[in-house]
Design a protein around this ligand. Structure first.
Ligand code: DGY
Length: 325
């Protein structure tokens, strides 16, 4: 029997053709919601799913009685009920490694733009308001030589830190449950308790995955502990931050500035004050959004689903237990 897969995000023509050699494919790249009738129809027959950015709930899984494997086109998997998938014997795969450097580039883009006020100052020109040399009220802060505090030192965190240490001569601090001696050797990273890192860093950059432990890790208390003038950068997940507390801290000056690629609700609500704040650089979740990297991520998902549905080991399984069962 030919297995059926539902692809609900855009992949290349070559990738789609490759899938069609092995499977019957429902291709719905513009699916905006899990309530979309075409999505639900295809889901009812699907042995595999390929896509990203939809919240897959247990109730939705009830509508997918044949589902064997989900190949997410993302490294993060906080929008999947992993324990429930495992309980049902459904394999989840993700796309680590291929997006590490691009996402770290985005982290550094935000660090530079936020510290040097690049977007705000570019706007001055766009609006025709560059009529005299800018005054010290519009100066930014140096990045080189400063202290970068990494909250999370996985693959992406290490790639951001490496850019800071080797490219910008920054001192690197990090929080992590387990020490990273190889990074301490490579570029002198130093492990700190969370509160100590907040007190010492000029730039705090968050790369932790979203989990029950990291949800709202940053709130009023944490922003108050940061150094005056320090910048906060989030390329992890919006829910790692208490967004209302962050907005308040940015508004009253407790938090000097923020560079944000992720938000509590995405897309950002039209009435969010964040885009209007001069001390905020906001990007529409573009961490991995380059042609090269998104193609590589889709390819990883295609490889994962082909291997898994053929009964072979995929490249990057999340819930390994399913393979053993
Ligand atoms: C990821 O891969 O998790 C990125 O954040 C895009 O969703």
């Amino acid at each position: 029997m030919t297995k059926r897969i539902l692809v609900f995000r855009q992949i290349s023509d070559e990738q789609l053709s490759a899938l069609k050699q092995d499977f019957s494919v429902d291709y719905l790249p513009d699916t905006a919601s899990v309530e979309d009738p075409a999505f639900l129809d295809a889901l009812a027959h699907a042995h595999g799913l390929v896509g990203s950015s939809l919240a897959i709930t247990p109730a939705l899984l009830d509508r997918a009685p044949h589902l064997e494997t989900i190949a997410s086109i993302s490294v993060g998997y906080d929008n999947y009920p992993v324990d429930e998938l495992t309980r049902r014997g459904i394999l989840l795969c993700n796309t680590p490694d291929v997006l590490t450097e691009t996402t770290a580039d985005t982290g550094f883009l935000l660090i530079m733009c936020t510290a040097r006020r690049a977007i705000e100052l570019a706007q001055l020109i766009k609006e025709g308001n560059w009529t005299e040399s800018i005054g010290s009220d519009l100066y930014g802060s140096d990045v080189h030589g400063k202290t970068l505090g990494m909250v999370g030192m996985g693959r992406i965190g290490a790639a951001v830190a490496r850019r800071g240490a080797l490219g910008f001569g920054m001192k690197i601090l990090y929080t992590k449950a387990s020490p990273k001696p190889e990074l301490e050797r490579e570029f002198g990273a130093k492990r700190r308790e969370f509160d100590q890192l907040l007190a010492e860093a000029d730039i705090v950059c968050v790369t932790v995955p979203l989990s029950a432990e990291t949800e709202k890790l940053f709130g009023a208390r944490e922003f108050a502990q940061m150094k005056p003038g320090a910048c906060f950068i989030n390329i992890a997940r919006g829910k790692v931050v208490d967004e209302a507390a962050m907005i308040e801290a940015l508004g009253d000056g407790t938090l000097h500035a923020a560079g944000l690629d992720v938000f509590e609700h995405e897309p950002l609500a039209a009435d969010s004050p964040l885009p209007q704040m001069n001390n905020v650089v906001a990007l529409p979740h573009i961490g991995s959004a380059t042609h090269e990297t998104r193609t590589a991520m889709a390819q990883r998902a295609v490889d994962n689903i082909r291997l898994a549905l053929r009964g072979e080991r995929p490249i990057s399984p999340v819930n390994e237990e399913v393979l053993k069962g």
